[in-house]
Design a protein around this ligand. Sequence first.
Ligand SMILES: *Cc1c(COP(=O)(O)O)cnc(C)c1O
Length: 234
Amino acid sequence: MSTGNAGVIKENIEKIKMRVAHAAQKSGRKPEDVKIIAVTKTVDTARITEAIEAGITDVGENRVQELCNKYDIIGARCNWHLIGSLQTNKVKYIIDKVALIHSLDRIELAEEIQKRAERISRIVDVLVQVNVAREETKSGIYLEQAYDFVKEISKYGNIRVRGLMTIAPFAENPEEVRFVFKELHKLYIDIGKENADNINMDYLSMGMSNDFEVAIEEGSNMVRIGTAIFGRRY
Ligand SMILES: *Cc1c(COP(=O)(O)O)cnc(C)c1O
């Protein structure tokens, strides 16, 4: 059973898809080149199911416990993304559930992912989180450390680096954070050019409800959208 106003989630998704398509076209790409991750933290499974029925294929959670609880109910009806910071001792709970971990930001975490992935004979896809704006309150490595870090991670046989992720600082006007997206895109292109083994720059995960259009214009191909789909979180 759905809560709230029936059809609102579906309508929101349709609006987001149009805005994504427009921004993609503005940057010379096709609408389907940009993947929408519906961010479902604090959203109940009935509303997540509504989103899936409206065409959402990928869902992002920032907490391990919450992801696991919802996974028990929804299971493989969508792809699960871990988008929040990940504690090393919780890797074991999500390793067999997630399609992509967006928040790899330290070697110690890579070691644990490697160990757990090896145990279940899986290759786990990850993005390296970059703190472009060097905000003290945010995780992620700094831009200038990123290439060496990615190269280091590529040595782990059960981890595949698929791209980069960032969270821009909050800005009333998203134009103020355009430079963040521009810089990460530049790095993404540069790393991609190296053609290193086990590093594939396939995904550039950047853009949230208030800044996703600017992020797409600057090259994002994966946006993480919560509020604009499900409404304000309480
Ligand atoms: C909550 C969250 C989002 C979505 O934020 P909205 O502003 O609600 O779209 C995206 N990415 C991460 C890492 C988040 O924690």
